[in-house]
Design a protein around this ligand. Structure first.
Ligand SMILES: *[C@@H]1O[C@H](CO)[C@@H](O)[C@H](O)[C@H]1NC(C)=O
Ligand SMILES: *[C@@H]1O[C@H](CO)[C@@H](O)[C@H](O)[C@H]1NC(C)=O
Ligand SMILES: *[C@@H]1O[C@H](CO)[C@@H](O)[C@H](O)[C@H]1NC(C)=O
Ligand SMILES: *[C@@H]1O[C@H](CO)[C@@H](O)[C@H](O)[C@H]1NC(C)=O
Ligand SMILES: *[C@@H]1O[C@H](CO)[C@@H](O)[C@H](O)[C@H]1NC(C)=O
Ligand SMILES: *[C@@H]1O[C@H](CO)[C@@H](O)[C@H](O)[C@H]1NC(C)=O
Ligand SMILES: *[C@@H]1O[C@H](CO)[C@@H](O)[C@H](O)[C@H]1NC(C)=O
Ligand SMILES: *[C@@H]1O[C@H](CO)[C@@H](O)[C@H](O)[C@H]1NC(C)=O
Ligand SMILES: *[C@@H]1O[C@H](CO)[C@@H](O)[C@H](O)[C@H]1NC(C)=O
Ligand SMILES: *[C@@H]1O[C@H](CO)[C@@H](O)[C@H](O)[C@H]1NC(C)=O
Length: 740
């Protein structure tokens, strides 16, 4: 590097360090002292270079601080004032020269400073004195006052009072930068008053001044502070005229503290800086040395906070402590709260919890009720089941492994019958109602017994069911199962495509068909065999309602006895006769006690119908049995027989059948033959040669078209989806299906 280059670099370093010194104010300590006077920034000792500007530089000579030639007593940042000692001007009579001698001086303050009009008073002391304070430059009088002592007697003055007697004082205008005192020439202390008060004094001094009468008569006032009195100067930053202008030049803007603000100067042009409210410190300095938040809460009561105090930047919050409320700004303003916030919170929580609980309980109650209802239904089903001996039945079924007997639930039955839709009803009898239905994809007839099971008959009923389900007789409709979950038991039978004997008899009466004696006897024999089988079971089953309508005729006119099983459920004390008029045994009507002989009687009536083709009861006529018995007695049997079958060759058989019928109808019942005997006799008669030589002409069940048609059948639930099944391969099957 060249020698010139070295020089340039060195110069740059010097310049930089000088520039740094100017900017190094932040490093100047804020507590520099001189003669017990603290020197805050923007002031600084001239030698330290810490002042904001040359006008703020102070000298510290022999532990005394000087601003130019004013000794400095105090510097205030907050008031933006500096207190200095001001020279006292005097005006004394010189007896030697017999002249008045003035001792005045002139001062022009440097730019930041103005004479403070708020703190200072122009004070004049003397017994015949007029003094002015005037602007030094244009010598305009700004203010002045006269002080005199009546009769020249200084004793008339009063200590502490400066109101014209021995002392006067006057305010000065604002903005005074020059200082000059004049004494009025016409007011002198010559001649007579000289001895008492040789000198007059005038000085601009602050409010600490206190007049003393001794100032008139002695040199005390001039000698106290070396001919000086305290005076206050207002200082400000005069580089900008106002606070709008000042912040625009951040380099020159003096309010460096983040929490400072610009305030327009009250004395002269320019501005001063102050800390924002709630802050304290030096607004002219940055960071830690600048304005700091006042922690009002350290002494909360000085900020009239008598509750809980929370300090925040630039202020504080004050409220009553937890558990009390009121005005925390007033001593004793906080009263104890009856419901402290925590208690209120607790109450709120409890109330909402209670509400939630209530809602929950309500919901639970509804659910519980619904549950109870459902369980009640279930229990009812179950009760019915128990009542109807379901448990017993279940055990019995379990004990017998080889039987297929189903226990159906109430839901299954309800679903299968479309909740007992009347459209599904296929028959009604003395002991129950029969519905057509489909269960497990099998067509069935469901019989709903009319009566509930009597407690005393429960065992009998169940045992009967078990026996019935084992019955596998070609002439007995098969029992498939039952449902005991209703009040009255439901019996489920195989569904037989059929007509009934009743319908066949109707056809015979209408003479539309010729039914031979052989067929009639065969049907009677088959029915009798079926009844005999039921009666001969280990536990005899009594039908109780034997009638043509209960004898189904399957394909080929094969008889099938149906509609049994409900007879047992009635108690012994049944008050109403069950059965069908015309077929009912008069003996049964006497005792209301069903026996096998009752079935024999009813069968006898059917046999009579087959032989005579007459109805057992018709309006206005004698009953068939009575007519028959009379005919038998008077040997006019041929008169009441069906002319279709009357024939000399077969009369023997017919007569035997008639005798059998009369035996069946005999009263008292005890003398009637058993069903087994009746069956055997009829089989024998049906197979007799005289009968067999007349074959039955073809008789298709579907030709029986004149019967009452139950057209409602097709609307029954479960019918539509299975109807196709019935029709397949069932040529001989009726177009009308009729179950019972
Ligand atoms: C204070 O000292 C400096 C240098 O020592 C001198 O220039 C200045 O006049 C003195 N000021 C007073 C008021 O004595
Ligand atoms: C400076 O002024 C403050 C209040 O303005 C006062 O408390 C302090 O005593 C003064 N100091 C001197 C040295 O006059
Ligand atoms: C003092 O004032 C009086 C009148 O007010 C005057 O006559 C006298 O000459 C004055 N003395 C001097 C020394 O100026
Ligand atoms: C004060 O004295 C000076 C001379 O020492 C003189 O020029 C001036 O006029 C006097 N002023 C007054 C008001 O007496
Ligand atoms: C000083 O001057 C200012 C500005 O003119 C004025 O507001 C204030 O009242 C004056 N102070 C006194 C004590 O007269
Ligand atoms: C006023 O006070 C001074 C001392 O402070 C005393 O000498 C003088 O006698 C007092 N004057 C009166 C009138 O009380
Ligand atoms: C007042 O005091 C100063 C300084 O001590 C002195 O110069 C001046 O002559 C005194 N004035 C009078 C009238 O005694
Ligand atoms: C801002 O103030 C500085 C120092 O007083 C001065 O040098 C500079 O020119 C000023 N800038 C503007 C834009 O006035
Ligand atoms: C608070 O105020 C009391 C009296 O009002 C005073 O004595 C005390 O010094 C003050 N404390 C502060 C930190 O200002
Ligand atoms: C509290 O009291 C203070 C002092 O009386 C009053 O200024 C303030 O408005 C009051 N605050 C409220 C919220 O009443």
């Amino acid at each position: 590097m060249s020698p010139q280059g070295h020089q340039v670099l060195w110069l740059a370093v010097v310049w930089l360090s000088v520039a740094f010194a100017g900017a190094a104010n932040a490093e100047c300590p804020d507590n520099t002292m001189c003669g017990g006077v603290n020197i805050p920034y923007p002031f600084g000792i001239r030698s330290s270079g810490c002042a904001l500007a040359p006008h703020f530089e102070l000298d510290c000579n022999n532990s005394k601080l000087f601003l130019g030639d004013f000794e400095v007593l105090n510097i205030s940042i907050q008031l933006s004032q500096i207190r200095v000692l001001n020279r006292i001007s005097s005006f004394c009579y010189n007896p030697k020269s017999r002249e008045m001698k003035n001792n005045t001086w002139v001062k022009t303050l440097s730019s930041p400073y103005r004479l403070s009009n708020s703190t200072n008073k122009f004070t004049v002391i003397g017994c015949r004195t007029l003094a002015y304070i005037a602007d030094a430059k244009d010598e305009r009088y700004m203010s002045g006052c006269v002080s005199s002592c009546p009769g020249g007697d200084a004793r008339s003055a009063i200590n502490g009072t400066c109101s014209g007697i021995g002392c006067c004082e006057t305010a000065i205008p604002t903005g005074l930068r020059n200082y000059r005192v004049y004494f009025g020439k016409g007011f002198n202390t010559s001649a007579s008053i000289y001895y008492a008060t040789p000198c007059s004094y005038a000085v601009l001094t602050d409010s600490t001044f206190k007049f003393s009468t001794s100032y008139l008569t002695s040199l005390e006032f001039n000698t106290t502070d070396g001919g000086r009195a305290p005076m206050v100067l207002d200082w400000a930053i005069r580089t900008a005229n106002n606070c709008q202008e000042a912040p625009k030049n951040l380099t020159s803007y003096a309010c460096k503290s983040e929490n400072s603000q610009c305030v327009i100067s009250s004395n002269g042009p320019g501005y001063i800086c102050s800390c924002k409210e709630g802050f304290q410190g030096n607004p002219y300095r940055q960071g830690r040395n600048g304005c700091q938040d006042i922690n009002e809460c350290e002494n909360a009561e000085n900020h009239s906070c008598y509750g809980e105090c929370n300090n925040r930047p630039g202020g504080f919050e004050c409220h009553c402590r937890a558990g009390s409320r009121g005005n925390a700004s007033i001593p004793g303003g906080c009263q104890k709260d009856y419901l402290p916030p925590r208690a209120r919170l607790a109450i709120g929580v409890v109330v909402s919890l209670l509400f939630a609980l209530l809602v929950f309980l309500g919901w639970e109650v509804i659910r519980h009720k619904r549950n109870i209802k459902r369980q009640a239904l279930l229990r009812m089903d179950d009760e019915n089941f128990q009542q109807n001996g379901g448990q017993l039945l279940r055990e019995m079924i379990r004990a017998e492994a080889n039987i297929t007997f189903n226990l159906y639930s109430s839901e299954q039955i309800k679903a299968a019958t479309n909740n007992f839709d009347i459209a599904c009803i296929v028959g009604k009898g003395g002991q129950g109602t029969v519905y057509r239905a489909v269960l497990d994809e099998v067509s069935v007839a469901i019989k709903r017994c009319n009566n509930e099971i009597d407690e005393s008959r429960k065992m009998d009923f169940v045992q009967e069911l078990v026996i019935l389900c084992r019955v596998n007789h070609p002439n007995v409709v098969k029992l498939l199962g039952c449902c005991l979950q209703f009040k009255a038991p439901m019996l489920i039978y195989e569904f037989v495509q059929h007509k009934t004997l009743q319908e066949l008899l109707d056809l015979i009466r209408s003479r539309m068909f010729h039914v031979t004696l052989g067929t009639r006897l065969r049907i009677a024999a088959e029915s009798a065999t079926a009844l005999a089988h039921l009666h001969s079971l280990p536990r005899p089953i009594l039908h109780g309602d034997v009638k043509p309508a209960n004898i189904l005729l399957a394909e080929g006119l094969v008889a099938k006895v149906s509609d049994f099983g409900c007879s047992t459920i009635d108690g012994k004390t049944q008050a109403v006769a069950k059965g069908t008029p015309g077929y009912m045994d008069p003996d049964y009507l006497l005792e209301y006690q069903l026996t096998a002989k009752n079935d024999v009687y009813s069968f006898g009536v059917i046999l009579l119908e087959l032989l005579t083709g007459k109805v057992p009861l018709s309006k206005g006529e004698k009953s068939l049995t009575l007519m028959f018995q009379e005919a038998m007695a008077s040997d006019t049997l041929a008169d009441i027989l069906d002319s279709d079958i009357v024939d000399e060759t077969r009369m023997i058989v017919i007569r035997q059948a008639a005798v059998l019928a009369s035996q069946c109808l005999v009263v008292p019942s005890i003398t009637r033959p058993t069903m087994t005997l009746v069956a055997a006799k009829l089989q024998q008669l049906a197979l007799a040669d005289e009968v067999q030589q007349y074959p039955q002409p073809p008789l298709l069940l579907e030709d029986m078209s004149c019967m009452e048609v139950r057209s409602t059948m097709s609307t029954c639930y479960g019918e539509s989806n299975t109807s196709g099944v019935y029709n397949i391969g069932k040529k001989a099957v009726l177009s009308i299906e009729f179950a019972r």
